[in-house]
Design a protein around this ligand. Structure first.
Ligand code: NI
Length: 254
């Protein structure tokens, strides 16, 4: 049994066969999926999914790429939705300096406001960090995010950064890139991360693992990520499944 801790199954790429994709996940032993809603539209569609499927839970937040569009009403709305019993975390939130769609200062302010809100409602946070490692670490520290902890989604930082995040109560989540031949860093981080802090995810429909790299990703493929972690740790996949599932339940409290 596995948990896909990060998926976007509401994405339009699944409009033709969403039910089958979700059924396939269940049949191949994915016991829980966390679907991420990250702006007005995808928060609505995430709520629909968690109402429709008992094994899908949700995380909601405001993505840094849309940071310039978040209003105070949006933030208030997200806070109110956290009373839903199947909303387990605030996210994905963070900084994206790769696309740089929203000005950096706006991204940082929106990130800080959501950490403060997560502390208020006592939910863990799911972090999106793209080319913003240093500012992510500084803001998490300055805002006291260690009080709630959370998940470093599709972690792309160094071993040192992973350690810093773990000291603040964060878990390190791996996705497709750990299976890529040329990706040294995620393999190194996975090897060094203690078992009790490792999570697996797909980020479906994106970041498809080998052997399906280049095609659309789906939750059942989280198995290929777990398989690679098992190889790196020189363990059986069954052990990795059990440990990562326990980890997901501990941090997300379901
Ligand atoms: Ni995502």
């Amino acid at each position: 049994m596995l948990v896909d801790t990060h998926a976007h199954l509401n994405d339009e790429q699944f409009d033709e066969d969403r039910d089958q994709v979700i059924k396939r996940a269940k049949e191949t032993g994915i016991e829980t999926i966390i679907n991420i809603g990250f702006n007005r539209e995808t928060i609505f569609t995430t709520l629909e999914l968690i109402e429709q499927y008992d094994f899908i839970y949700g995380a909601i937040g405001w993505h840094p790429n849309d940071a310039h569009e978040m209003t105070d009403d949006d933030l208030q709305w997200i806070e109110e939705l956290t009373t839903h019993p199947k909303i387990l975390a605030i996210g994905e939130i963070g900084l994206d300096y790769y696309w740089d769609y929203a000005p950096k200062d706006v991204q940082q302010e929106v990130f800080r406001k959501q950490i403060q809100m997560a502390k208020k409602v006592k939910l863990p946070i799911i972090i999106h960090d793209r080319d913003a490692h240093q500012d992510i670490c500084s803001i998490l520290k300055e805002e006291g995010a260690g009080e709630i902890g959370g998940i470093m989604h599709s972690f792309s930082g160094s071993v040192e950064m992973a350690k810093e995040c773990m000291e603040m109560g964060f878990y390190i989540s791996f996705s497709g890139p750990v299976t890529f031949k040329n990706a040294k860093k995620p393999k190194e981080v996975a090897t060094e991360t203690p078992l009790d802090r490792i999570l697996v995810e797909t980020d479906a429909p994106f970041l498809t693992p080998e052997p399906f790299r280049g095609k659309r990703n789906e939750s059942s493929y989280v198995r290929f990520v777990a398989q690679k972690i098992a190889e790196l740790k020189e363990m059986d996949i069954e052990q990795i499944e059990k440990i990562t599932t326990e980890n997901a339940k501990r941090i997300l409290r379901f």
